[in-house]
Design a protein around this ligand. Structure first.
Ligand code: TMP
Ligand code: ASP
Length: 236
């Protein structure tokens, strides 16, 4: 499978068309941004780690009955995926207080919830990805009511599987962001990526942060954290 033409460049990935109209190739970059692109940098080796990790997790989720865009890993940075149109919602699941939740409600980070929460942001860089509720998303025709119900139940199912999986790696899944896409026939599948860029991952014993918060908050040891997650995923 060959790349034909670049169709999109995001902050962390490029997307290319292929000879097959139903397939795209995504290419993961080492570029990192935070705060809607205000903070910029690179994380050496990130592209390869996120590609590998996302593909492993998507294959695990497929086995658990969650349809995803994953087709085939091409090389360390590139993967063939099903062509989707992205639903312009960032779907955020939280198990433990952190980040914008802790800030918005004035609570400490690290408080374990009895039940996971879900929220949506409107994927729109100009507006700074504002929080949106499902009624507003339907009013703006970002998704139908039925699609939102499908997305919610898929997102909670992904959470259950990821919590269990990361636990076996000595990692506590604090929160994460998912994106969903529509195939040509309208079917909703999990898309984008699942990686330390899009999840908060804390070491179960020490609560050490093993994710992009090390970059966002200038904590140092960014590359080491990504490599540590990869090492555990590879069963080393
Ligand atoms: P938040 O606490 O900043 O709202 O982030 C919640 C989760 O979503 C966290 O795991 C990081 C992830 N996330 C993204 O993947 N992309 C983003 O643009 C933002 C703001 C958060
Ligand atoms: N990647 C996002 C941005 O640059 C934000 C983040 O992950 O914190 O806007």
């Amino acid at each position: 499978m060959e790349k034909v033409q670049q169709v999109y460049e995001g902050k962390a990935k490029k997307v290319f068309s292929t000879e097959d109209e139903n397939l795209f190739i995504v290419s993961y970059k080492d570029d990192a941004t935070a705060f809607n692109g205000l903070k910029k940098g690179t994380i050496a080796g990130k592209g390869a780690i996120n590609n590998r990790m996302s593909n492993m997790l998507m294959q695990m989720l497929e086995k658990k009955g969650v349809p995803t865009h994953f087709v085939e890993e091409l090389n360390d940075r590139e993967t063939v995926v099903k062509k989707v149109s992205i639903v312009p919602l960032e779907v955020i699941i939280r198990n433990v207080s952190a980040g914008s939740f802790a800030k918005r409600y004035g609570v400490d980070e690290g408080i374990q919830f009895d039940e996971p929460t879900i929220e949506f942001s409107y994927k729109n860089d100009e507006l700074g990805d504002p929080l949106i509720n499902s009624y507003h998303a339907v009013a703006l025709k970002l998704a139908t009511k039925e699609e939102i119900e499908t997305i919610k139940s898929m997102a909670f199912k992904v959470n259950e599987s990821l919590i269990e999986y990361f636990k076996t790696l000595g990692i506590r899944l604090i929160d994460f962001k998912l994106e969903f896409g529509r195939l040509a026939d309208g079917k909703i599948v999990l898309a984008d990526e699942i990686s330390p860029d899009t999840c908060r991952l804390w070491d179960i014993k020490t609560n050490e942060k093993l994710d992009k918060d090390r970059f966002r908050r200038d904590l140092g040891g960014v590359e080491d954290a990504y490599q540590e997650v990869m090492r555990r995923l590879m069963g080393e």
